[in-house]
Design a protein around this ligand. Structure first.
Ligand SMILES: Nc1nc2c(ncn2[C@@H]2O[C@H](COP(=O)(O)OP(=O)(O)OP(=O)(O)O)[C@@H](O)[C@H]2O)c(=O)[nH]1
Ligand SMILES: [Mg+2]
Length: 320
């Protein structure tokens, strides 16, 4: 069997299209070498020429279109106050994937932002008794980390996850048009789903005020949410038992009332056992729940037509 003109594609062996085309024989790369009319034409098809100059760094708003081009990426916006654990969560997700922990229903199939992931992986060091964390995200920083996920049918899905400073979400929560809330606004407009970070340490330290701040961000998420899913992630849950019971239950109740397509999970980066479900399972379960929200292509169901003998129109059609 002939090879695909895309040197990264293994369709001749696996029958799976590198670009996620459900029918690899219709992919422009495949046709470039396997279509009799264009057999001599081994040039990259124009439609697939990439604007992206690959650096492996996290992507800016302008650059995410180069990934979206493949099969419309699913963008996850992470919202939450400064220090809530947003960047550490990203670092932990990649650390777990690196260590061979698996996602449910998807295989990790690469990334356009490997350098960025690697940088986070390097910053998060988990020792037996101590954890060292990434630095706080600067106010003006806003980037997207990319994951290519392959589902059970072999179809590739691009997932982009935002990382921005918590400061901008605090500003946005009080005034969504604020000049310094631009990154939060863009994440809100671009994202297909959201993670709302709830910092257990902050709830212990600032109690009602911390709760009020989370509700403010939640309200801003809700105002033009439409049917976009939201997952509340209770970070630093190694400390959750120290959060005052009334704060915990009232916050949970209010969030449940606010959102329809909603889920909650507790996560941590500190292991109290090996493996620790909060660390080794739940961080990836956040991605699992969100990836289940990715719209699937509508499958054509070939149902057997059964009709009543009294239906004259169908009887006529079936005798044609
Ligand atoms: N107890 C506990 N502390 C944690 C955990 N994860 C992170 N932290 C602490 O929380 C701090 C902030 O984490 P970051 O991931 O930088 O928070 P962030 O939300 O990205 O913060 P900004 O970038 O400033 O918005 C870390 O430096 C740790 O000190 C955890 O699982 N348990
Ligand atoms: Mg950060």
């Amino acid at each position: 069997m002939a090879k695909c003109s895309n040197k990264d594609c293994a369709a001749h062996k696996t029958l799976m299209c590198h670009n996620g085309d459900p029918d690899y024989q219709k992919c422009p790369y495949w046709l470039a070498t396997n279509n009799p009319k264009s057999r001599n034409n081994t040039k990259t098809p124009k439609a697939f020429k990439k604007a992206l100059n690959w650096t492996g760094d996290p992507l800016s708003f302008e650059e995410i279109n180069s990934v979206v081009g493949r099969n419309s990426a699913f963008t996850i916006g992470i919202a939450g106050r400064a220090g809530a654990g947003k960047t550490t969560f990203l670092a932990m997700v990649f650390t777990l994937l690196q260590k061979g922990y698996a996602l449910d229903g998807f295989d990790f199939a690469g990334s356009e932002t490997l350098i960025g992931w690697d940088y986070l992986y390097d910053r998060l060091k988990v020792y037996q008794t101590q954890v060292s964390f990434p630095d706080p995200t600067p106010l003006e920083y806003c980037r997207f980390f990319h994951l290519a996920l392959r589902d059970e049918k072999g179809v590739l899905k691009d997932v982009l996850i935002s990382d921005a400073s918590g400061e901008v979400f605090t500003i946005w929560a009080t005034d969504r048009d604020h000049v310094n809330a631009g990154n939060a606004r863009l994440i809100y407009q671009t994202s297909s789903a959201f993670i709302l970070f709830i910092d257990c340490n902050d709830l212990i330290a600032r109690k009602g005020r911390a709760k009020a701040d989370i509700i403010k961000i939640a309200e801003m998420l809700k105002y033009n949410l439409r049917d976009r899913p939201v997952i509340a992630v209770w970070s630093k849950s190694d400390k959750k038992s120290e959060v005052h019971e009334s704060i915990l239950s009232s916050l949970e109740e209010e969030l449940l009332m606010m959102f329809n397509n909603f889920h909650q999970l507790d996560i941590s980066n500190f292991s109290s056992s090996q493996p620790d479900p909060l660390v080794h399972a739940n961080n990836l379960k956040v991605i699992d729940w969100l990836s289940k929200q990715i719209p699937r292509p509508i499958e054509l169901v070939s149902a057997t037509v059964s009709h009543s003998e009294k239906d004259h129109f169908l009887n006529f059609k079936s005798h044609e």
